[in-house]
Ligand binder design. Structure first.
Ligand code: UD1
Length: 417
């Protein structure tokens, strides 16, 4: 178990290099299986989820090795399609292996996946998609098995634009016979990133980023590809909300502001000044944030659920009212009771979180999920006095070297194992 010791109240100054997207890296690692060759993920984030997925892939027979900041995958000699259950309990993204394994080997066996405790998180949309492509399902309460003699393109309308299901079905359909049309699909930038990666390996996919994706199945995908994922828009957003909360002047490097225009609009209407220049965002925050008014989380391009807890933490440290309605996950509120320990005036009512801004004071708090954990770091950095944030393992699932990167901006934050 690790914890952060944080002394709050410092404004942050300097440059912050944003990592490549966690949610792209995980799907691209999984989709590399389709190539039967070698793939390099350039500047792959060194986060716990990537490390765990690497371990799961090694157990399948893949060679996964770091070369500096790049991750090399060699998937030629995968010899089993049984995904390790112990490791998948730690990582919902292990589910992304299912589509590629099924497409390449026509069989796969996996345990029901774990991940952040933020909602019921069923996998029915994934399952329905595989069945529509011609796979047959078996198994029991603990494991699910799929097999197919042949996968055939189909018209698949998702009942909800699930990011993971869109990516899984798209990867699986890449090697199916004929054309697959995925309707009501997720439009997230990471779906576009996966399409670009698969096309770089020889797939024929169009439409990612819109509500309809067309996959024209090909016989094989080829390796030998080096691919750099897009920037991590959630890390970028987390940092913008941190600086809005603590005050300071920070330049975020390596980003595409267009992709996070929804958040930029919200913070530009707040107390800070935001300027965009090429791949940089400058934020200058000299007074406490004011309330955000009404915010609703929803699939891209609307406000992302993965920035919900961080926005609430920021609102708690400022002045005025914020009401956020969570529409994507049904149990993303565990962090709220922890924020109250800082003295925050925040409460949950159904799927609404309401905040009346105020002053925060140092406290001992416990992270129970990734983004909720980041919210506690924001609370601690903007609180007066000393705080301890337990459960850093949750935060390290998605942020690489957070304490070092924040420390370089002048935050007083120490990681204790
Ligand atoms: C991905 C992201 C996660 C983000 C989420 C929503 C990765 C690794 N994770 O998660 O960070 O918070 O998108 O932007 O990319 N649902 C079903 N049935 C299904 C699948 C999903 O009902 O088969 C529901 C979920 O319970 C949830 C909603 O759909 O309420 C959104 O989930 P989904 O978009 O699938 O999220 P993930 O792909 O798991």
């Amino acid at each position: 178990m690790s914890k952060y010791e944080i002394t709050g109240g410092n404004a942050l100054y300097g440059e912050y290099a944003v990592q490549r997207a966690k949610n792209s890296a995980l799907t691209i690692m999984s989709a590399s299986i389709l190539t039967r060759g070698e793939v390099t993920i350039k500047n792959c984030p060194k986060i716990a989820d990537v490390i765990t997925l690497s371990k799961i892939m090694r157990k399948l027979g893949a060679i996964v090795e770091w070369d500096g900041d790049d991750l090399n995958l060699d998937v030629k000699n995968i010899y089993t399609t049984r995904v390790n259950e112990k490791l998948s309990e730690q990582l919902r993204a292990s589910l992304f292996l299912v589509g590629p394994l099924l497409a390449r080997f026509k069989t796969v066996s996996f345990a029901r996946p774990g991940g952040c405790a933020i909602g019921s998180r069923p996998i029915d949309i994934h399952i329905d998609g595989f069945k529509r492509l011609g796979a047959v399902m078996g198994g029991d309460d603990e494991r699910i098995n799929f097999f197919a003699t042949r996968l055939t393109g189909a018209r698949i309308r998702l009942k909800y634009p699930s990011v993971g299901a869109t990516e899984n079905i798209m990867s699986c359909a890449a090697l199916a016979d004929g054309e697959t049309v995925i309707e009501n699909c997720a439009r997230e930038p990471e779906v576009v990133d996966l399409q670009n990666f698969l096309n770089a390996c020889g797939a024929r996919i169009v439409g990612a980023g819109s509500g309809v994706i067309r996959v024209y199945g090909v016989e094989k995908l080829v390796g030998g590809v080096t691919y750099e994922p897009i920037f991590d828009r959630i890390e970028c957003g987390s940092l913008l909300l941190t600086v809005l909360s603590t005050g300071g002047k920070v330049t975020l490097k390596g980003v595409n502001a267009q992709i996070i225009c929804n958040l930029l609009e919200k913070i530009s209407n707040n107390t800070c000044k935001v300027t965009v220049y090429n791949d940089r965002i400058y934020i200058n925050s000299s007074s406490r944030p004011c309330g955000f008014g009404n915010v609703v989380t929803a699939p891209y391009p609307l406000f992302p659920t993965d920035l919900h807890p961080q926005l609430i933490a920021c609102a708690c440290s400022g002045e005025g009212k914020t009401v956020l309605t969570e529409t994507v996950f049904d149990r993303r509120f565990a962090y709220v009771d922890q924020l109250k320990k800082f003295g925050a005036n925040v409460r949950v009512d159904g799927s609404d979180v309401s905040v009346e801004g105020g002053r925060l004071f140092g406290a001992e708090v416990f992270a129970t999920d990734l983004r909720g954990g980041m919210a506690l770091v924001i609370g601690a950095l903007s609180a007066n006095g000393r705080s301890v944030v337990h459960g850093v393992e949750h935060i390290e699932r998605g942020y690489s070297n957070l304490h070092k990167k924040l420390g370089a901006l002048g935050a007083q934050i120490k990681l204790i194992h």
